[in-house]
Design a binder for this molecule. Structure first.
Ligand SMILES: Nc1ncnc2c1ncn2[C@@H]1O[C@H](COP(=O)(O)OP(=O)(O)OP(=O)(O)O)[C@@H](O)[C@H]1O
Ligand SMILES: [Mg+2]
Length: 215
């Protein structure tokens, strides 16, 4: 699959609690109202395999740590299934796909453990999931603000349990993604009212969709 399909692929990225699921839903709703056929997916997840791997990946570990490359490989397995089973067919039909996390999560979360980006990109090429998003909305906000939004009645998952320093590296990683891939990635200030942020997401998405049509 190449990016010669007629669909439009949007990914939403950011720290836990940055508002990704909220914004993915609001954006899908707005674009649907404008006549687009929109599919919302979550990565890892959506497929049977992806949801099972998601559980495994988010389950707190006790007495052992998931090695960075092993973690990257499990996320990639979920993504391969999601891309081939759901995303690529939808893009081939000309639909808009909004994915709650995707490849950049791998780059920054495993990158924060020392796994190099070029290795992760190479794995995507080898596994034939190199179709990049047309637009990546990166929801940027301070680590403490994101943490403060986490439901206090739920125990933290494996990734949420990581140190603040780790999450600071993740945030810096996302800022580096925005600098490295300026053609597709847009860094948005997520520490604002959900409705205001939603308007910004919609504005950027509409602009990119229009630019894509006139290519
Ligand atoms: N802009 C915002 N301002 C304040 N609170 C927000 C904002 N956006 C979302 N929230 C709230 O913060 C919490 C986390 O939002 P959401 O689930 O959308 O984030 P997320 O990035 O998907 O998190 P996770 O990575 O844990 O799935 C929710 O309770 C949500 O209602
Ligand atoms: Mg979410």
């Amino acid at each position: 699959m190449t990016d010669s399909d007629s669909g439009f692929f949007i990914t939403v990225e950011g720290l836990d609690g940055s508002g990704k699921t909220t914004q993915a839903g609001l954006l899908a709703e707005a674009l649907s109202k404008e006549g687009h056929v929109v599919k919302v997916v979550r990565d890892p997840g959506t497929t049977v395999l992806g949801e099972r791997l998601r559980e495994l990946l988010l389950e707190p570990t006790s007495g052992w740590e998931l090695e960075g490359w092993a973690e990257a490989s499990l996320f990639l397995a979920a993504r391969i299934q999601l891309a081939h089973e759901v995303i690529y067919p939808a893009l081939a039909r000309g639909e808009v796909v909004v994915s709650d996390r995707y490849l950049d999560s791998n780059l920054v979360y495993q990158g924060a453990r020392g796994v190099p980006w070029d290795g992760i990109m190479a794995m995507h090429r080898i596994c034939q999931v190199e179709r990049l998003p047309d637009l990546t909305l990166i929801l940027d906000l301070p680590v403490a603000t994101a943490r403060g939004r986490r439901a206090s009645d739920l125990p933290p998952d494996r990734v949420e349990s990581e140190s603040s320093q780790y999450h600071e590296r993740v945030r810096a990683g996302y800022q580096a993604v925005a600098r490295t891939f300026p053609a597709r990635a847009v860094l948005l200030q997520a520490d604002q009212q959900p409705g205001d942020l939603a308007m910004e997401c919609q504005r950027v998405a509409r602009e990119r969709l229009a630019a894509r049509r006139s290519d």
